[in-house]
Structures are given as structure tokens and as C-alpha cells.
Design a protein around this ligand. Structure first.
Ligand SMILES: NC(=O)c1ccc[n+]([C@@H]2O[C@H](COP(=O)([O-])OP(=O)(O)OC[C@H]3O[C@@H](n4cnc5c(N)ncnc54)[C@H](O)[C@@H]3O)[C@@H](O)[C@H]2O)c1
Length: 327
């Protein structure tokens, strides 16, 4: 991978784990984290540069790329599915406007660019089971529209300008480090917090809603492995199907229940997020990623549930014990 590396939207769910992983691999001073949010220094990633960077401002992107002589950009700043449905105009401005500006600066400075797409790039008339790499993409959400258009724009910059653009279509990502940013699959993170804290959870998706998911360490591995893959082996670029598991809310709840005695779940369906979930695939075929750059996840459902619960118990229970002692 060409360094230094710039990460946009670095304070989000993915960036919170990508930046430390990149810094460990390439050196803290070779990875510039950036975001539009300002947080206290103590909440940043320790050593290593941080820049305030709004990806809708081309001049500012260029300034940072030039100052650090950036070789690769991980472009994470975007509005997620549920929030994008609430604010479609803002989503278009950020998801498309930001991407276009990042690609333009990358073109001028010859940076490689990673852009995450999503299972949201598929729609209701996409084949739902083992959704192929190349298939119908007619999403019915603003998020999906920006993801398909983003995939096409990244491929265009590769074909037209020879830019090294690469991406994956992530499923729902499950993590314990940073809260999710307003997606349709957030229930699969919220459920763990509720299980550890309260022993019960109210799910906003209906029973039987099957979606692809992935544990964050696998997502980080995918982002690094794809950018390090031999270009000559890549037939596809934007964007590869990747998945690790698929399950329904009740299957996840049962798996948690095996480890949290007495855990219960009921449902209060959110029609907006349910409609989004219903328009997405039930399971993806990720054989192109496996063949072209050796993709293979480490975590299946039981391994992910074990690790999530162990980490959250370590994190949440001491804080709660301290709170109980205070009150
Ligand atoms: N998390 C998932 O489950 C998932 C699944 C599929 C695809 N993705 C994609 O991965 C990318 C990152 O997702 P995430 O979950 O980390 O999102 P997130 O919402 O957790 O984080 C996004 C970050 O972008 C920042 N941001 C917002 N507006 C900005 C602007 N104008 N300029 C710079 N930064 C800005 C926010 O402050 C936030 O820290 C997105 O493109 C998303 O669509 C995520």
C-alpha cells in the first residue's frame, strides 16, 4: 500500500478500528486520521496526526493531501442508510459530493482510493439468495442510489484516468469499539449492549429478516488486504461482495441466550428500517473476492458472539458497578 494514508470520517464505527490497525501496520505518523467532528484529544487515537476535514470542501482535502504527500485515501465519510432516508438531500451532498471531490483530488495527486460500498447497493429486484457479484442493482433508498453511483464513479475514474480505486460491499458491521452510525443493521450491535446491561432487547426489525453481517476485525482485514492485493489479479474493483455470516434477529438472540442466561427479546418494528432491510439481499455470494484477492473471514456467528460479549462485559460491567456504588 502506498503511504502516507489519509482516512476520512475516521471517528465513525469503521474508522475507530481501521486507524489503529493501519497505524500498527504502517506506523502512527504514516496514517492521518480526519473527521468533521471535534473530540477531546483523549478520545483520539493516541499518537499520530489528526486533521479537521470536511469532505465536501475540495480545497481542504487538497491541502491535507498535499501537506502529508498522501499515497492512499480510505474515504469513509458518508451518511448511513437510516439517516440518509431521513435526510436524502444531505446524503446526496455528502455521499456523492464528498466522493467526487476526494476522487478529483486523488486524480490530481495520483492517490489510490478505497471506498466502502454496501449491501444497500442492491434493491428489491436483485436476486436475494447468494446474490451474485454482477447482478441487477436498482436500489430504492437514497443510500443505495449513492452507493451504486459511487461504485460506478470509482470504476469510471479507474477506466478513464487510471486511478487505483478499490472497494467492497460491506454487509452490516458488528463492533464494540464505537457505536454504529445510523444503519439498518444497527440492531445487531445494540442487542449486545442491551443483553449485557439489561438482559433483554426490543428489536426494530421483524422476526425472519435475514441479512448479511460481519465482525469488525474481518472488515478491517478486508480493507487492508484488498488495498494490498496484486492489481494484476483484480478483474473487479468497485465493489466486491464480501460477507462472513447471515442470520435473522431470532437466530442472533438465541446465540446470545446460550451465553446470557434469561436473555429475552421482543419486537417493535420500525417501518422505515424494515422497508430498507426488506429491499436488501438475504445472503451474498462473495466468490469473486475469494478468487481475486484471497478474501476469507475469520469469524462465524458463534465466534463473533463470544468475542463481542467478552469485550462488552470487560467494558460495560466495571462502569456499571462504579455507578451502582455511587448511587
Ligand atoms: N457500518 C456499517 O455497517 C457499514 C456497512 C456498509 C458500508 N458502510 C460504509 O462505510 C463507511 C463508513 O461507515 P461508518 O459505519 O464508519 O459510518 P459512521 O456514521 O459511523 O461514521 C462516519 C463518520 O463520517 C463523519 N462525517 C460526516 N460528515 C462528514 C463530512 N462532511 N466530512 C468528513 N467527515 C464527515 C462523521 O462525523 C463520522 O465520524 C460509509 O461509507 C458507509 O456507508 C458501513
Amino acid at each position: 500500500m502506498r503511504t502516507p494514508i489519509l482516512v476520512t470520517g475516521a471517528l465513525g464505527q469503521i474508522g475507530a478500528e481501521l486507524v489503529p490497525a493501519l497505524r500498527e501496520r504502517y506506523g502512527a505518523d504514516r496514517v492521518v486520521a480526519s473527521d468533521i467532528r471535534i473530540v477531546p484529544r483523549s478520545e483520539l487515537f493516541g499518537d499520530g496526526p489528526f486533521e479537521f476535514l470536511d469532505t465536501t470542501k475540495a480545497k481542504r482535502i487538497e491541502e491535507v493531501v498535499r501537506r502529508y504527500d498522501i499515497g492512499t485515501i480510505y474515504h469513509l465519510a458518508a451518511l448511513l442508510s437510516a439517516v440518509a432516508e431521513e435526510k436524502p438531500q444531505v446524503a446526496w451532498d455528502l455521499n456523492m459530493g464528498g466522493l467526487y471531490r476526494v476522487l478529483e483530488v486523488a486524480r490530481q495527486h495520483r492517490c489510490a482510493v478505497f471506498v466502502p460500498s454496501s449491501i444497500g447497493a442492491f434493491g428489491p429486484n436483485t436476486p436475494k439468495e447468494r446474490t451474485p457479484q454482477d447482478t441487477i442493482q436498482r436500489p430504492t433508498t437514497m443510500y443505495g442510489v449513492t452507493k451504486v453511483a459511487g461504485e460506478l464513479l470509482c470504476d469510471y475514474y479507474h477506466l478513464r484516468f487510471g486511478l487505483d480505486t478499490r472497494g467492497v460491499r460491506f454487509p452490516g458491521l458488528i463492533s464494540h469499539a464505537a457505536p454504529p452510525g445510523g444503519g439498518t443493521t444497527d440492531y445487531a450491535v445494540d442487542i449486545f449492549h442491551a443483553a449485557v446491561r439489561h438482559g433483554r432487547y426490543t428489536c426494530f426489525l421483524r422476526q425472519g429478516t435475514s441479512l448479511d453481517m460481519m465482525y469488525m476485525p474481518d472488515a478491517i482485514k478486508a480493507m487492508i488486504d484488498l488495498m494490498e492485493a496484486d492489481e494484476a489479479r483484480l478483474v473487479h474493483r468497485n465493489a466486491f461482495n464480501v460477507t462472513a455470516m447471515h442470520f435473522t434477529p431470532e437466530v442472533l438472540a438465541a446465540e446470545i441466550g446460550k451465553r446470557v442466561p434469561g436473555f429475552t427479546m421482543d419486537y417493535a418494528v420500525d417501518p422505515v428500517r424494515q422497508a430498507i432491510a426488506d429491499s436488501w439481499p438475504d445472503s451474498l455470494d462473495d466468490s469473486a473476492a475469494r478468487e481475486e484477492w484471497g478474501w476469507s473471514p475469520d469469524y462465524d456467528l458463534p465466534a463473533m458472539v463470544d468475542d463481542m460479549l467478552a469485550n462488552l462485559r470487560r467494558k460495560l460491567q466495571p462502569a456499571e458497578a462504579a455507578e451502582a456504588a455511587r448511587s
